[in-house]
Design a binder for this molecule. Sequence first.
Ligand SMILES: [Ca+2]
Length: 364
Amino acid sequence: MGITKKSVKEKVILLGDHGADDMVAQLLLSALHKRGEIALSGIGVSHGNCSVEQAAENALMTLELTGLHNEIPVFVGQANTQESDDAFGNDGRGGVALPAPAAKAQDKNIVDWLIETLENTDEPITFFVTGPCTDINSVLQQRPDLKPKIAEQIIMGGAISLLTPTFTRRGNITPNSEFNFWADPKAADEVLAGTGVKTTLIPLDLTQYLVFTPERQAQIRNTFKPETAEIICGLLNAAAEIDSKKFGTTGSFIHDAMTVLYFMLRSEHVADEKLFMWNRLPIAVKITDEFEMRGACWIAWSEAQRPSVTVIQKLQGDEVQRERATEIIFQTMVNTLKQALPDQVIAPEENAAPAPAVLVARQP
Ligand SMILES: [Ca+2]
């Protein structure tokens, strides 16, 4: 895998809205941090899936679960949303029970922290943005001179493609709009309109390939001790009811974790093809709400209007290859979760069922 070859730890910041699937993304980054492949320098939580206070609590709980609560600070973002999503309930995590965290969120203003961190870093920082773009946009607007200090921003947001025979809608909050972009469409639009930062967009088009099916739940229950399996299954399946109602799935989509899985697997191949298909597209976001279009993406078609960003729209290949790719992605997630929570893995002798088939991706 590409990142294992690097000798210098990549500095990373997670900016989520810390509902259930942000917590899974955090678990995956925690594993990479423990493996010494990245340095997770901090976590910022914005409005979105729940209140910022609740989101901070969820981030702190997740840190405590991984034993990193004395190592990684959590900062509370701006609470300027009009509404919160109800996909994961009031607590943002679908009622999943976790121990109360001992650590507290930092008092420092999130934008001041981000600016100071960028000012003081020698290594450019990679941002994972799994909530509304509010806080990263404030930094980019206030201090555009710091853009060279950002290695990449990998943003989960937006829904690009038109309706497909599989799904009769493209958005998850309105028929047209993905939640993160809908929650702060102006910030999303301004981030995508900015120049000079390597930007990778992970829209619903990609994340909706990965569904937490009953078979995958069974694998988690077979891999982790019961209490931890309950937490992981609860977080991964927190939106099952709503996704099933809106999209007819048998389980939740796994949205935010895909940013980290993409980062880990982007140089991997299935058969002769890379796992992910990307396009360079100039994307704009609708700010006003006529025809339920707030937060909807449209393609500006001209780089004169705005710069192109890398949009990861699909898994490569035909249906069989995409199925294999999805399995590689899911197995990578399971293995990485095991590294995030090593003492919660069932020892091999306790594990009654046979190990899942390992799919080996062709090296580039
Ligand atoms: Ca999120």
